[in-house]
Design a protein around this ligand. Sequence first.
Ligand code: C2O
Ligand code: CU
Length: 482
Amino acid sequence: MAEPFRARLPIPEELTGARLSIPVREAEVPIMPGAPTRMWTYGGTFPGPTVRRPAGRRTEVTFHHELPRSVGELTVHLHGGHNRSQFDGQPGGLTPAHARSFFCDVPRGLSARQSGNDLLLEPGGKRTYVYDLMEDGRPERAAFQWYHDHRLDHTSRNVWHGLAGMWIVEDELEGSLPLPRGERDIPLMIADRSFDRHNQLTDPFTNRRPPNDGINARDVLVNGAYMPYHRVTAQRYRFRILNVSQFRPYNLYLSNGAPMVQIGTESGLMPRPVGRRELMLGPAERAEVVVDFAGAGGEMVELRSGPRHGARNPLGTRPYIGALMQFRVGARRLPDRTRLPRQLRPLPAWTQHVSDKPKQSWEISIGGLFKTTWLINGKTFNPARADAHPKLGTTETWEIVNRTDVAHMMHIHATDWYLLSRNGKPPPAWEDCLKETFFVYPRERLLLAGRFSDYTGKFVIHCHMLDHEDHGLMTQFEVTKP
Ligand code: C2O
Ligand code: CU
């Protein structure tokens, strides 16, 4: 076992330009003490570089596929972005390199267009993704997003090997708030991984079938380091926390009992801050919190994950138990000009007149003729099929119903959602805002409203427990012209 709190917290390199080029390549990444780990990376590091861009400024990223041919085609999804369908990281279909799907009913003989194969990133090739960072005709809301691979059947494997990086969109409203910034604004990517005795990633993907296909790995990494430490001053900090684990949630708290004040979700700033003693974060969820170390001068404070108080814990909701990292707080008292504003970002106007009658229902179940697969409305993923056709410029209410005994983490591409209720009850304060990834407990029914703006085309909806996604728990909707 490696010793905790020996490694410094890595802060990934930031890219800020309008035209970026990111090689997707193998690299020897120092992760555990001793030998480096051979990984598939964006730009040679894990996590990949953090892109930081102003809202409303077009950003073009060219990814160069330099991984071995055997990895097959790739596709990049900017998770949380509001982007054109063709730049949204479509999973694609079958190809000569990937001739059959074990869990999804992908028809053979689809054209490149029908399957989305025309949008894939071929081995040895490159592809430029264009992101306008606009929404509803205006600059997108500032938010903590991330990018990762999204290939049919192989998303879990590709992300496990390292294909994930963070992406921060900034805007004027956020910039005008007195929140901590610069060195006191720190993105934290949490990922669990298992290593063999040569420090190489294990291969946990064979012989896994729904409902037992969730991968819990042994070691937890923060920004690619095993239980790192970070020196902080006795002041306020902003932490942007992202869970990229395949399956595992974290129920976060601070070892000194200090509150974390949540200011943001996947969809950026909330209407107002919400104090949290513990904060549950499932795969792909993000929480932005402000922590004040002023009362902890000279102390060591651990960011930990522990059992939840007064909660059911069905499969898929059992948090990791243990420390994730340590903050070493400087002893010096320092003035702090940051503040926690009482109001952050108001909800968009459309959230005020939404229907509570769902126009579309998504039912999660488990089944399959010859083997078990995850299903949405009785079907697995087929890139040529769309199961809903919302009209551009409209707002719709959808319901998500979980008919399985496992919790799922539903993520909807293209837009952000306003959660109306869980089993008929209004959501807690930290979910009474925009989000795009949601826990759905066994037998639970979620009602949410979203607005389809700017772009027509196909977008996926899926479980972000990555093996569930690969094993059928994904489908599509197609935004159509009014
Ligand atoms: Cu983070 Cu469809 O994915
Ligand atoms: Cu799931």
